[in-house]
Design a protein around this ligand. Structure first.
Ligand SMILES: [Zn+2]
Length: 259
């Protein structure tokens, strides 16, 4: 396949991603919080920028667009219909919604609306990769800024239903903290304990913990495990109003806010 993905650590703990077409020496950048480091990465690799894809409008995901647009005049900027209607992604030139597709590097990427962190959040899914922004983090979940826990829970159902080998590229390096919370929720989950050790070892070497797979998430992410007995038990002890997945999800999200 002509496509590969490289994470770019930016700001304190953000990730932008380069989707690189090795044959045509072109790249798409996902969520450029800063412009200059993206331009430096492109020129170091001899790549031309083909488009900017945004998962949502927060400044730590779109802050580099103006700088990139000056370097690549007329560059296509993709984001959700909702974010365009609210004019909150700079220079957005294309609006997408669930079911729309984007073509890059002989790969079709599908847009999946994943409201929860923000109402306009979208994921880009294709070629065995998914870019989830601040909706799903490895072993964790974004904060509920504009949506209900029920909406986020539905978005997690969508992401959790992707093929288990799908590689998840997320918006922030929060993996160790998320796994510490996951172990607090499920102290007996050996997969969580092992993944926490692995993530700590990677971070100690200064390496990124991304990507993770859907399979790993289903085994370790408490927000995808609202049917696991220990997760239900934890949620009950933390104020869940019932056993419905959205109610379990809401209680876990609240407990994480206070962890
Ligand atoms: Zn955000």
């Amino acid at each position: 396949m002509a496509l590969h993905v490289e994470p770019l650590p930016l700001l304190q703990d953000n990730y932008a991603y380069l989707l690189i077409d090795d044959v045509k020496a072109r790249a798409v950048v996902v969520d450029p919080s800063e412009g200059a480091p993206v331009i430096a990465s492109l020129s170091a690799r001899g790549l031309h920028l083909a488009a900017i894809w945004c998962t949502h409008h927060h400044i730590d995901h779109v802050g580099g667009i103006d700088t990139l647009a000056r370097a690549f005049p007329g560059i296509e900027v993709v984001g959700s219909e909702y974010d365009r209607a609210n004019e909150r992604i700079p220079r957005q030139s294309r609006a997408v919604q669930s079911g729309d597709t984007l073509e890059f590097a002989d790969t079709t990427f599908e847009v999946v609306e994943v409201p929860g962190h923000t109402l306009g959040a979208v994921a880009y899914v294709g070629g065995g990769h998914a870019f989830t922004g601040d909706t799903l983090f490895l072993a964790g979940c974004g904060r509920l800024f504009e949506c209900t826990a029920a909406q986020m829970s539905t978005s997690f159902d969508r992401l959790g239903a992707l093929p288990v080998a799908t590689q998840l590229w997320v918006g922030h390096e929060y993996t160790v903290k998320n796994l510490e919370f996951a172990l607090h929720v499920e102290p007996g989950n050996a997969a969580v304990a092992a993944r926490l050790d692995a993530a700590r070892a990677l971070r100690a070497e200064g390496r990124a913990s991304v990507p993770g797979s859907v399979e790993e998430e289903l085994a370790t992410n408490p927000f995808l495990r609202s049917r696991a007995a220990d997760v239900i038990d934890f949620a009950r002890r933390h104020g869940a109003e019932g056993d419905a997945p959205a109610q379990i999800f809401a209680a876990i999200r609240l407990a994480k806010d206070q962890f």
